[in-house]
Design a protein around this ligand. Structure first.
Ligand SMILES: [Zn+2]
Length: 302
């Protein structure tokens, strides 16, 4: 599944290759691609045709294209759901029709924007822009209006977010994954940020210091920024690709997916445990687990 850094690479690719282009013709053939659109494929075609792509936006893992000059609440945007395997490709019109090609938009420079999705959890929806629910007046696709700012946004308030996390006082990892608290931190980067911070994901946020919680948020930004630096230049001029063979980043991860291997910091064996229907990876040596009942074992007395 694409994480924030991959989505940001797609956004940058769309900004370079699609923004400024007029959409001349649209075709949506995938049965599931338009399933979120009340009027189905015909409505997507009608609302995209003859519009100019004016911007490429992202918050967390939400990705959208704004249309025409209407950066106002109520104006249409194209919300792109990448799902598990969605790809946005910019190709020449004579490029081979690959399998799993579900939607195409012919651009006025003779190229084609394609939506390819093997597992069909993704799709396109034309929706209105709306002001963010947090009162910041940032314009977001209406279905994403409840999503909190992500750590990459200029307007991200790390201190206020850390305070919210401590006040909610749930398990720290659960709060990192809660898109109404902070967006864009998926399972992989939550585990990596917690490892860098030396904090176990099941620790109660209210029992951590404000500085520790700010540190976790800082590390989340840092690990995603490292991933972006490593993979952010991997698309070429004709190919904007989220997660095809060459599109997924080679993630250099310290703890995620490394169960049974030694921790790079202390040598203890990395553990995987079930968490929220997924897995959490952590080092029992440098990320002390909370005791049952909520009290937290301190490293010095372990
Ligand atoms: Zn360790």
């Amino acid at each position: 599944m694409p994480e924030l850094p991959e989505v940001e690479v797609v956004r940058r690719g769309l900004e370079s290759h699609v923004v400024g282009r007029r959409i001349l013709d649209v075709s949506v053939t995938g049965a599931r691609t338009a399933r979120r659109q009340p009027g189905g494929p015909a409505e997507i075609v009608a609302r995209l045709t003859d519009r100019v792509v004016s911007g490429a936006g992202r918050r967390g893992k939400y990705l959208w294209l704004t249309l025409d000059r209407e950066h106002t609440a109520g104006a249409d945007c194209l919300l792109v759901h990448l799902g598990m395997s969605g790809q946005m490709l910019v190709t020449t019109t004579d490029a081979p029709r690959v399998r799993h090609l579900h939607a195409r938009a012919l651009l006025d420079d003779g190229r084609e924007l394609r939506f390819v999705d093997q597992r069909t959890f993704g799709g396109w929806t034309v929706v209105p822009l709306a002001e963010a629910a947090d009162g910041t007046r940032v314009l977001l696709p209406a279905p994403a209006a409840h999503v909190a700012a992500d750590p990459f946004e200029p307007g991200f308030d790390e201190l206020a977010t850390a305070r919210t996390i401590r006040r909610r006082d749930s398990e720290i990892k659960r709060l990192l994954l809660d898109q109404t608290v902070v967006s864009g931190i998926g399972n992989i980067y939550a585990d990596e940020a917690l490892w860098r911070s030396g904090v176990h994901g099941r620790r109660r946020a209210g029992a951590l210091t404000l500085a520790t919680v700010r540190g976790v948020l800082g590390h989340a930004r840092e690990v995603m920024s490292d991933a972006l630096d490593a993979g952010g230049t991997s698309f070429d001029a004709l190919y904007v690709n989220v997660n095809g063979a060459s599109g997924y980043f080679d993630r250099s991860l310290d703890v995620y997916g490394r169960a049974g291997q030694p921790c790079a910091r202390c040598g203890a064996v990395v553990v995987r445990e079930d968490f929220m229907n997924r897995g959490s990876h952590f080092c029992p040596g440098c990320q002390s687990a909370p005791r049952r009942g909520g009290a937290t074992r301190s490293r010095s007395v372990r």
